[in-house]
Design a binder for this molecule. Structure first.
Ligand SMILES: [Mg+2]
Length: 214
């Protein structure tokens, strides 16, 4: 396989060439900035159909990650992801802490040190299965899974994960929540974007922006 062709393929599919230490640092910083910048919005979404703590919880989790950015970025990718997952479990709390923690920890377990696109697709699939098991949930219940699933499909077929994430988060608005705190509202959960779907879409966009620049 000639080099230029490989590069072109990588560029069009958004797969990382190498997630080196500066890139790992940039990823953590971009995730944290996305959560800080949208904390009020996530809180407002969670006030509508939850208990209103999602923005603050995510902000607290990523403040902790950012405080340890040197340590996290210095680790090889799998170890860094596992450590990030542990931080989110301990610091985010609520329902989303264990779910995002599971997502990152499973990615850490499933990815090799230098992943290619196929590794990324497989690891993301494993992480989704782990989130489903942890949350005893599935697609179509108005949760973060309704963004993670379409992003996985986009990664697998080489289409834009950011657009998939944004569209999928929008698509949770008319959905009836049947899992999570929003499900207590029944029909009144309809008409609001799921806060976890929104935070997932924000994270996908932050990651895609960093990897596209790399
Ligand atoms: Mg909440």
């Amino acid at each position: 396989m000639p080099q230029p062709e490989t590069r072109t393929d990588t560029a069009t599919t958004g797969a990382p060439a190498a997630i080196d230490e500066p890139t790992r640092r940039a990823l953590i910083e971009a995730l944290a900035q996305a959560m800080f910048a949208h904390a009020d919005e996530l809180t407002a979404l969670d006030q509508a159909i939850g208990d209103g703590d999602h923005g603050l919880n995510m902000k607290r989790g990523f403040e902790a990650a950012l405080a340890d950015v040197d340590g996290l970025a210095a680790k090889p990718l799998p170890d860094g992801l596992k450590a990030m997952g542990m931080t989110l479990v301990m610091k985010v709390g609520g329902a989303s802490g264990p779910l995002y923690g599971t997502l990152f920890m499973t990615l850490g377990k499933a990815l090799p040190v230098e992943p290619d696109r196929a590794n990324l697709v497989a690891a993301f699939g494993a992480a989704i299965d782990a989130v489903k098991a942890r949350g005893k949930s599935d697609f179509g219940q108005k949760t973060m899974l309704d963004v993670l699933g379409p992003v996985h499909e986009a990664l697998a077929e080489g289409s834009d994960p950011k657009a998939a994430a944004d569209n999928a988060a929008e698509a949770t608005i008319p959905m009836l929540a049947t899992r999570g705190r929003a499900s207590f509202l029944g029909e009144r959960s309809i008409g609001h974007m799921d806060p976890g779907a929104r935070s997932s879409a924000l994270m996908v966009a932050a990651i895609a922006d960093v990897l596209e620049q790399g």
